[in-house]
Design a protein around this ligand. Structure first.
Ligand code: NCD
Length: 314
């Protein structure tokens, strides 16, 4: 029988937002600010993890997360391998546990794991000697996304916390690991967080989340500082959750008219990839004054450098 938990106490991992202490959050945000400044210089190298090995193990598609972990590792001097899962032995019937142990036997110091099943990153942490960073497990958690989003907002406001800021998370809350990660982190940073979603995309246990929720944009967007949009996670939908994309667009797309319901200086965030004309109006998506989306992407590299240093204890 496999021995669960044999490795868990020895190593530092990043699996969930709630698994990081307030002090560690503060440290990561501070360190990310230093990396962001360094990343704006011509020479971006800070080889504090020279000689260490990072494996990017992505069983689901990714543009931003995988590339930013790769860049983060390389800028810290690590050897980075991107594993392509289509060509891995999973497709030959190998179990996730065996894959995890196999990769760990190659002395990978850290592994960044993305998988469509909740609990996969935890399983890697249980069965390997590597430091594991969860880059998204099913609809469960995506902690580095929450950290980079918290960082983006603190940089935008030039503050140490988000006290007094109202953030609304809009869209497919039900299938979103991003919602389950940013909500607790934004709350810890002091923000007032609420959600807007159609009833069919609102989790059944939403009352346990301790966030006000509504089903209309007109109600949910009133006087907010930050509108955080989510993509419809169609790859996680078994069946039909919305009558049609046109109807979703007409009821939940962020349009210039709906934006006016928020505060005058409100900003828009999105973890990407955006679906223009579904959750966000295409002209609005190109408005760099209002949309912080590319700032989020820039923050992603810096926060992942901070995370790699933190898990590897450098
Ligand atoms: C998010 C994800 O994968 O959960 N994207 C990301 O990491 N940038 C959100 C999404 O895919 O919609």
């Amino acid at each position: 029988m496999p021995k669960w938990g044999k490795h868990m106490t020895k190593k530092r991992h990043l699996i969930t937002v709630n698994g990081i202490s307030d002090d560690d959050v503060a440290f990561l945000l501070k360190r990310a600010a230093e990396f962001r400044a360094l990343n704006r210089q011509p020479d971006k190298k800070h080889p504090s993890l020279k000689g260490r090995t990072l494996l990017n193990v992505f069983f689901e598609n990714s543009t931003r997360t995988r590339t930013s972990f790769e860049l983060a590792g390389k800028r810290l001097g690590m050897d980075v391998i991107n594993m392509s899962v289509g060509s891995s032995s999973i497709s030959k019937g190998e179990t996730l546990k065996d894959t995890a142990e196999t990769l760990s036997a190659m002395q990978a110091d850290a592994m960044v794991v993305r998988h469509d099943k909740a609990g996969s990153a935890q399983l890697f942490a249980e069965f390997t000697d590597s430091h594991i960073i969860n880059a998204g497990d099913g609809a469960h958690q995506h902690p580095s996304q929450a950290l980079l989003d918290g960082f983006t907002l603190l940089q935008h406001y030039g503050t140490q916390n988000l006290k007094g800021k109202k953030v609304v998370i809009c869209g497919d809350i039900l299938h979103s690991r991003v919602a389950r990660s940013v909500i607790p982190l934004f709350k810890r940073l002091g923000a007032e967080v609420s959600v807007v979603a159609p009833k069919t995309l609102t989790p059944i246990d939403i009352s346990n989340w301790n966030v006000p929720h509504s089903t209309t944009m007109d109600e949910g967007l009133k006087d907010v500082d930050v509108i955080y949009l989510l993509r419809l996670q169609r790859e996680r939908m078994a069946g039909c959750f919305i009558p049609s994309l046109d109807e979703y667009f007409s009821l939940y797309c962020l349009t210039p008219r709906r934006l006016k319901l928020a505060k005058d200086d409100a900003v828009v965030m999105h973890p990407g990839p955006i679906n223009r004309g579904v959750e966000i109006d295409t002209y609005l998506a190109d408005n760099r004054e209002i949309c912080r989306i590319l700032e989020q992407v820039e923050a992603g590299v810096a926060i992942r450098q901070a995370i790699l240093e933190w898990v590897l204890g450098s």
